[in-house]
Structures are given as structure tokens and as C-alpha cells.
Design a protein around this ligand. Sequence first.
Ligand SMILES: [Zn+2]
Length: 152
Amino acid sequence: MPNKMQVRAIEVGTVIDHIPQGMGIRILKFFQLTDKPDCITIGLNLRTASGDRKDIIKIENTQFTREQANQLSLFAGEATINVIDNYNVVDKYTVNLPETVVGVLSCPNSNCITHEEQVSSRFHVKVRAEVVNLSCHYCEKSYQPRVFKELL
Ligand SMILES: [Zn+2]
């Protein structure tokens, strides 16, 4: 059999392609995708045409907002989102780092006011020397994504 990777086609939903190897599982967890009843097909360590490995996630009956899709770039900067309707790709776009991430990450600084008061966390995303940094709007400390427990 030829070395074909495909996971079966879906009728309506979203395919997240070009996820770095190992990040597929984290994305499922982070977005709590498995908490919903939608059928999800995941392919791990699939071989790409260039010989690299990647993960792919297909979620039926689900569409992401651009904001949600852009949060994916914290894990998968090269991810491609394919919007599927009637088995066809009706929209396809790449994700971009958001300028801010609001309400989804908790500040690693335990003294940060966001742990004391009912405010949504807010981080400003900056890239320095190709490294993503998230700086807290409230305590102004700067962190790399790997220190956020939500992103582990
Ligand atoms: Zn903070």
C-alpha cells in the first residue's frame, strides 16, 4: 500500500493541519475539545511530503473563531485551518499570533493581582528573536509559553 496518511474525510467541521509533532494532544487538552460530543479524529506523527512528521486534528461540526484559531499559534505557529462543508474545503487560512490572549491563561506569578481579584487574565504577545513572550498586563512580568501550566 502506498504511504498515504489520510484520516477519513469529514462532512462538516474543521481540520487543523500542520501541527508540530507532539502538539496535537496538547491542543486537544488546551481547547478541551474532547469535552464536547463532536467526533474527533486525530493523526499523530504523520509523515509529510518533505519527510517531516506532523499531527493533524479533524473535528466534526465545529468551527473556530479567528480568535480561537489564533490561540493555536501558541502551540502550532504553522498550523493551517481548513473549514469543511459538504466534504469540501470552503475556507483555508493560517493562524497568526494574537496580539493579546485574554481569559485563557493564568499568570505564573502567584503574587499577581489576577489571582486575588475577579479580573480576566490578559497577556500581550511579543516576539523577540523568534521567541514568543507573553507579558502580563497586570504585573508586567514576561513569560515564555512553556511556563504556563495550561500550555504544558
Ligand atoms: Zn501577572
